[in-house]
Design a protein around this ligand. Structure first.
Ligand code: DGL
Length: 268
């Protein structure tokens, strides 16, 4: 058994959709979350910049005596996972591989849509990972950058989010996909609007489910599950503006969180 916490990070509130799933599947684990609210969005940035940010955040999380890291950000998972795994001597799990596994297992007609940030779509991480398992699957990718500020603003289910979704998801109308990967951790916050636009026949994939499962397997295999009888004390950190984060966190996690602390992440 290992009582140390799990470090989880994202550019902002998106990674909370992964935290929610970790809390569901591993309710005894303690979480240290970092949301890079000062530098969101990551999706419009270069691979080099996203990797630099990821390394700074991992250095910060390592000061918290963590036992594993979840990159709860598709952009960082797509662009920086390989590099940070080489740099740091700690188990690091990304969200892309788990999401791709869920997608290829779900599709029946072998036509999968992928939505994500510009940097995730540009990396082709999902289509490459899906095709590794089944070359016959066809993938269709569309970047949806405006979903990120909508989620950060808490505009997840209003007229504006609906219009934005309609515009972005238009190309899927004639593509006959049966599966759509929510390839950005912010997007599950808009899942009702997205489902409404693409219709009920399309199965939405939230990679967080399989990511939490992978984490459970990793911890079980290493005999590293937290088995303390006391409830876990989660901690949340951001690089700017705590109040907005606390507000969205309460919606995303369906409960209020302890006071959020601001960290000067550039120091790490
Ligand atoms: N939530 C992140 C992702 O999964 C990053 C979104 C962004 O900052 O652009 O890609």
């Amino acid at each position: 058994m290992d009582s140390r916490p799990i470090g989880v990070f994202d550019s902002g509130v998106g990674g909370l959709t992964v935290v929610q799933e970790i809390m569901n599947q591993l309710p005894n684990e303690e979480i240290i979350y970092f949301g890079d609210t000062a530098r969101v969005p990551y999706g419009s940035k270069s691979k080099e910049t996203v990797t630099k940010y990821s390394k700074q955040i991992i250095r910060f999380l390592l000061t918290k005596n963590i036992k594993a890291i979840i990159i709860a950000c598709n952009t960082a998972s797509s662009n920086s996972l390989e590099e940070v795994r080489k740099t740091f001597d700690i188990p690091i799990i990304g969200v892309v591989k788990p999401g791709a596994v869920m997608a290829y297992k779900t599709t029946k007609n072998k036509r999968i849509g992928i939505i994500g940030t510009e940097a995730t779509i540009r990396s082709e991480s999902y289509s490459k990972e899906i095709k590794k398992h089944d070359k016959e699957i066809e993938t269709f990718s569309v970047p949806c950058p405006l979903f990120v500020p909508l989620a950060e603003e808490g505009w997840t289910d209003n007229e504006i989010s609906y219009l934005v979704a309609k515009k972005y998801l238009e190309p899927f109308a004639d593509l006959e996909i049966d599966t759509l990967v929510l390839g950005c951790t912010h997007y599950p916050l808009l899942k009702d609007v997205i489902q409404n636009v693409v219709g009920n026949k399309v199965q939405l994939i939230n990679p967080a489910l399989e990511t939490a499962k992978d984490l459970k397997e990793l911890l079980s295999a290493g005999n590293a599950l937290r088995e303390d009888k006391t409830a876990p004390n989660h901690s949340f950190y951001v690089s700017d503006n705590t109040s907005k984060f606390e507000q969205i966190a309460a919606i995303a996690l369906k409960k209020s969180i302890p006071p959020v602390e601001i960290i000067d992440i550039e120091q790490y």
